[in-house]
Design a protein around this ligand. Structure first.
Ligand code: NAP
Ligand code: MG
Length: 401
């Protein structure tokens, strides 16, 4: 049988450390033998970002906008230690932040479910996908401590210089205040990304905030979601047989715990930060968390939720065996290939993505898994495979598919 042909390229964003090592292994072992892989390659490895003054990151984001589908390897976000380690010209921004800003996108995180690694919540049978709004609120705040006898006010000045004021509090005794904001444009983009992703994956969409207490701020989120839904998405949701609903955040939390999963939970920035950690932990392992960035106009960038697995990389450099979980990176590739296949109308490519995911899940369910999962799995015949063997075993099953 000939290899599967592609029409348009995927934008390939290579990365750092252990995930860069895995990246090449996945391509060589699981993709190249089956697909005439067409990619436009961008090296986002830290050395190359530094050489290009980070231009490569911006170029890769533009390419993603041009072609519509990208797949990204985990990358180092430089800190002080990395500045020295890589002798950097400056502390370059996180590529994920640069790409997210360029695409104005929302990140959707979905756990990969396998038998033997059961969620801590027994009713959860299907993945719960969390969408986190990634702009504003307490992440772009202005805060102060306030002394005894101070009066704190909100003051907004319009273009003509007119002021509108609102009392926050008159302090007797010390205290604290905080100013936060969000924008209609960012909330609208978030809403559209969520509605599009729900339609694309045929899942219900839940959105929750605290509008009963925050009658202007949180209520505004609710109103924007509702307006956009009524005007732009209601019909297509009906056709797809899926539902959008808003509920109070307290109610959402209770429903999530009682649910069996299988929906998208859209969260405000802080709720998403906290709840994604809760959901990820309850489902099991970072190595089983897939992630996709979706722009409001339908650009998709697939990646793993974990980082570059630095500790394993240093072992690898010393020539020691590693057991690094490649599942989330494999699912980034399968997600991107499936989306490319859908957009270019190549059913074989979508079919290949399904087979690759089935083979990978089957491998773990047969008891062959990496160390992070043997620690969690309830299977009796489980064995820890090293990084290469795990991929080799997946390929054995993929050949059979
Ligand atoms: P990390 O790479 O996610 O790893 C944290 C720990 O989690 C690892 O040391 C390992 O535990 C375990 N782990 C994570 N992924 C695993 C996998 N696939 N297989 C097996 N074990 C896995 O996070 P980090 O150490 O905080 O960050 C390392 C670098 O990644 C940093 O430079 C950070 O900037 C970057 N980062 C990038 C992204 C991204 O590009 N999206 C996201 C997060 C972090 P054990 O060591 O105990 O085995
Ligand atoms: Mg967090």
């Amino acid at each position: 049988m000939g290899k599967i042909k592609m029409l348009n390229p995927l934008v390939e964003m290579d990365g750092d450390e252990m995930t860069r090592v895995i990246w090449k292994m996945i391509k060589d072992t699981l993709l190249a033998p089956y697909i005439d892989l067409k990619t436009e390659y961008y090296d986002l490895g830290l050395e190359h970002r530094n050489e290009t003054d980070d231009k490569v990151t911006f170029d890769s984001a533009e390419a993603a906008k041009k072609y519509g589908v990208a797949v990204k390897c985990a990358t180092i976000t430089p800190n002080k230690e990395r500045m020295c380690e890589y002798n950097l010209k400056q502390m370059w921004k996180s590529p994920n932040i640069t790409i997210r800003a360029a695409l104005d996108g929302t990140v959707f995180r979905t756990p990969i479910i396998v038998k033997g690694i059961e969620p801590f919540i027994p009713t959860w049978k299907k993945p719960i996908c969390i969408a986190r709004h990634a702009y504003g609120d307490i992440y772009k705040n202005t805060e102060m401590t306030v002394g005894d006898g101070c009066k704190a006010e909100l003051c907004v000045t319009d273009r003509e210089g007119n002021e509108t004021r609102g009392l926050i509090h008159s302090f007797s005794g010390g205290g604290i205040i905080q100013g936060i904001h969000n924008t209609d444009s960012s909330i609208s983009s978030f809403a559209r990304s969520c509605f599009n992703y729900a339609l694309g994956t045929k899942q219900d969409l839940w959105f929750a905030a605290k509008d009963t207490i925050s009658k202007t701020y949180d209520h505004h989120f609710k109103d924007i979601f509702s307006d956009i839904y009524e005007k732009e998405y209601k019909e297509s949701f009906k056709e797809a047989g899926i539902e959008y609903f808003y509920t109070l955040i307290d109610d959402a939390v209770a429903r999530v715990i009682r649910s069996e999963g299988g929906y998208i939970w859209a969260c405000k920035n802080y709720d998403g930060d906290v709840m994604s950690d809760m959901v990820a932990t309850a489902f099991g392992s970072l190595g089983l968390m897939a992630s996709v960035l979706v722009s409001p106009d339908g650009v998709y960038e697939y990646e793993a939720a974990h980082g570059t697995v630095q500790r394993h990389y240093y072992k690898h450099l010393k020539g020691e065996k590693t057991s690094t979980n490649s599942m989330a990176t494999i699912f980034a590739w399968s997600g991107a290939l499936r989306k490319r296949g859908e957009l270019d109308n190549i059913p074989e490519l979508c079919g290949f993505a399904d087979k690759l995911e089935r083979a990978a899940i089957k491998t773990i369910e047969d008891g062959v898994m990496t160390g992070d999962l043997t620690a969690l799995s309830s299977l009796e015949n489980k064995k820890t495979a090293d990084t290469e063997t795990f991929l080799f075993e997946i390929n054995n099953r993929l050949k059979r598919e």
